[in-house]
Design a protein around this ligand. Structure first.
Ligand SMILES: [Zn+2]
Length: 384
């Protein structure tokens, strides 16, 4: 009997070690970002909230300051680190944007802990690669929530601060439920608090939180906006729809649902918040295996049949929903938000050039906008 027990023990040790090594590497791997020539400074989120110093939740903040003053935009991606069209769009801005007027502040990897987490129960791949002219650029695929390694244990119920609304226990690790946060709260509240401090100290006018959403969820292909952002959101949505020919609509931010960026940023600062959603078939429940191919091309036979039954909230056919389309939608909507803001507040212009719109990204591919970190000036390469 002891022989069988020993064999089982050895097998358990081998399996956990093999899996553990992969998870350890995923948690510690860094993604190189080549800061474009117009990036004027790079700081840490902990510079705005000391409670993040030395934790895995700390992350890079890129400033692109224009030659002329103007409005200020904060762009956040990887709030949910399993919605990668957001970070891919944010890095197009970091690596290429030329800001003529105003300031762009970009946090490409907002929930750093979640970007080092995974969802083994759903069989998530740990990485995905985007083809470029110089090879492929590798990214970590994270999870919706921060890792237990960084914030543990979960409470039975998450009591939102300061509203005291009762939220699901898991939302204590979800950086789109922990706004506006506290400097000494749970780690994810410290992340959102630091972003609130950026918004308040830097006098940010526009805060954009970039996401992806299931095709079976009605809040997709849209801009979520509270009352104060509604006019600019509506003008942006109508313009991209008419001019750039992709679906978009506006969803009002519900005032009674607390903790979300599009609600709390507006209520706790002078900034206008916007949350962008583009479809991500990978996140839908009734799909085949969660493969890298599904993540990148959005093709799935089950979604196709559901689409024919009218169950999806986006147009869907055999071509799936390629990543280039989703990233291009984000860049176009962000650019148009800045144009509409400038139109409404000409005394605070935000003029950004050299960023591709939807048609450009679809034509050239998202990878064509990333620079080779091996060939770049080492002083401009940041690891995130
Ligand atoms: Zn999301």
């Amino acid at each position: 009997m002891w022989i069988i027990k020993s064999i089982i023990l050895i097998l358990v040790i081998l399996i956990t070690t093999a899996a553990g090594i992969q998870l350890y590497q995923h948690r510690h791997d860094m993604i190189p970002i080549v800061a474009g020539e117009r990036v004027t400074k790079v700081v840490k989120l902990s510079d705005y909230s000391k409670g993040l110093k030395g934790t895995t939740a700390d992350t890079l903040v890129f400033f692109l300051e224009g030659k002329e003053p103007g409005g200020k935009v904060l762009l956040m991606a990887n709030t949910h680190a399993n919605e990668p069209s957001a970070i891919l769009a944010a890095l197009i801005f970091v690596e290429n944007a030329v800001v003529d007027k105003g300031t762009l502040i970009i946090i490409p990897n907002f929930n750093n802990s979640a970007s080092r987490n995974t969802r083994p129960g759903d069989g998530y791949p740990l990485y995905f690669e985007i083809p470029t002219e110089w090879g492929s650029k590798k990214f970590r695929l994270g999870n919706r929530d921060a890792s237990w390694v960084d914030q543990w244990p979960d409470p039975d119920v998450y009591v939102h601060y300061p509203d005291k609304q009762l939220l699901s226990f898991i939302d204590t690790r979800n950086t789109n439920r922990t706004w506006p946060g506290r400097p000494d709260g749970p780690l994810m509240e410290r992340v959102t608090y630091a972003a609130m401090q950026i918004i308040r100290e830097e006098k940010v006018d526009v805060a954009v939180d970039v996401h992806g959403a299931e095709t079976m969820f009605p809040v997709t292909n849209c801009i979520v906006a509270p009352e104060k952002s509604m006019r600019i959101a509506t003008m942006t949505s109508l313009t991209v729809k008419a001019r750039e020919k992709f679906d978009n609509h506006v969803e009002p931010s519900p005032s009674g649902f607390r903790g979300l960026s599009h609600r709390e940023i507006g209520d706790f600062s002078d900034a206008m918040p916007f949350l962008l959603e583009a479809p991500i078939p990978f996140l839908d429940q009734p799909t085949g295996p969660k493969t890298v191919e599904l993540l990148l091309n959005g093709k799935d036979p089950f979604l196709l049949s559901l689409s024919k039954k009218g169950k999806l909230f986006v147009p869907y056919d055999e071509t799936g929903w390629p990543m280039d389309k989703r990233v291009g939608q984000h860049t176009s909507v962000i650019l148009e938000l800045m144009r509409q803001f400038t139109k409404k507040f000409p005394e605070k212009p935000i003029v950004v050039k050299n960023v591709p719109n939807y048609a450009d990204v679809v034509k050239n591919g998202v990878g064509s906008y990333y620079h080779d970190p091996e060939k770049a000036d080492k002083a401009r390469v940041y690891l995130n």
